[in-house]
Design a protein around this ligand. Sequence first.
Ligand code: AMP
Length: 502
Amino acid sequence: MPNPLYDALFAPLAHRAGPLLILQDSETITGTAFHAMIARAANALRAAGVQAGDRVAVQIAKSPEALAIYAATVSIGAVFLPLNPAYTPPEVGYFLTDATPRLFLCDPAKAEALAAVASQTTLKTLDAKGDGSFGEDIAAADAQFVPQIRLGSDLAAILYTSGTTGRSKGAMLTQDNLLSNAQTLADLWRFTQTDVLLHALPIFHTHGLFVASNVSLLTGGQMIFLPTFELGTVLRLLPQATALMGVPTFYTRLLEDARFDRGLTAHMRLFVSGSAPLLAETHRQFHARTGQSILERYGMTETNMNTSNPYDGERRAGTVGFPLPGVELRIMADGAEVPQGGVGGIEVRGPNVFAGYWQMPEKTREELRPDGWFITGDLGQIDPDGYVQIVGRAKDLVISGGFNIYPIEVELALDDHPDVLESAVIGLPHPDFGEAVFAVLVAQKGRTLDADAVLASLSDRLARFKQPKAAVVVAELPRNTMGKVQKAALRASYAAWFQPKA
Ligand code: AMP
């Protein structure tokens, strides 16, 4: 009885006596034991009243049980809706009201604080060790179950966009969206059952939940399944891994540690980076230190993955590679495709693209064209060899005195200064220019930065209108859990910078 995701990802585990998950204390969970955990979680979900099509919202710590609940939800035809544990009760309240899940799982320690916002749903609890009321339900449930029949076009998950401005939107992802992308990535990145993926990403986000977990499960490999990226643990367990998928901050943190060297990485087959731009400098440093090139790819909540640097061939720093097989990508401006090399809005189409925003038909119409093209909201360009480069988010484009300024161009120029570690360029309200270019700088370790001197160094490099009108130095840039620089937060912090003083 078909349930495409269950059949491809989870059913084979029933016959897999060998290890599937390796935990941080080196304890392992076999495929058969994990399959039994999925079956018990599926029965516990059904016992809680969850039926096909119902949403199951979870705000729980990453654990084998949490992964099994994802699998169980999909297997019984329900819709998995993971939430970042960092969300506050009012934020969780928004998601629960919007998605009306049948069941909401949270950490026992937060149950009291969340009870009020979860009053319209059934609330059960689970912690990282598997304890809590739902943990008891799982333990007591039967390990035999029959999956629900599903079509590829049925929903498997709703992931809310991390949207830093406006309301967060629920991206509806079908079984086919997830499966087609996992198959494409597994082939392109040559995953096999001999792979051991070091999995230190959160599983409330597309990167850790779908890219990492689905690819590994689909190909029958093992995962070193860590609750978070803790440098010491990652360095200790790296010798057992063949592949690592990370956000750029994983790589900068590894490079900061002298123990991370050629010896420690020689056996590794693949390092993947995504979810935020990897600095070309990090790419180069990594190569110099390990002899290997990080493979950078590009995707988003609504589309899974869109592009990837090649497995064989040049992995070009500062680019996200080529459209994935089966995925079309175009660069659009003013309703037409821009000539090769020009900058414009990135649009993608393919089996990876989501089914629309949950109960937001207008938003869906604004961003998903009737012929299937999705307007990503990212600006990009394609170099003469076909590599796609992300120039920034469309909403981060700075328009100053009528000129368009792409933050990345200014950031790359700033980052070239020997004392600058990294930078973020934003537009701030300005009485004359509408917006003015503003730079937030972080100094290289052990260096002090003179913001004015850094700005002066741009005078020969960038047209005057692109040069920041002011800059500040900060200890670090504000980032979310996926390593994305929070430009909206920076704009809010410095909003009054160019305003006339009262
Ligand atoms: P999310 O929906 O949270 O996965 O965020 C998706 C956004 O992250 C994309 O629209 C891009 O703006 C950004 N992003 C993802 N991967 C990359 C990458 N490799 N380089 C630059 N930006 C990226």
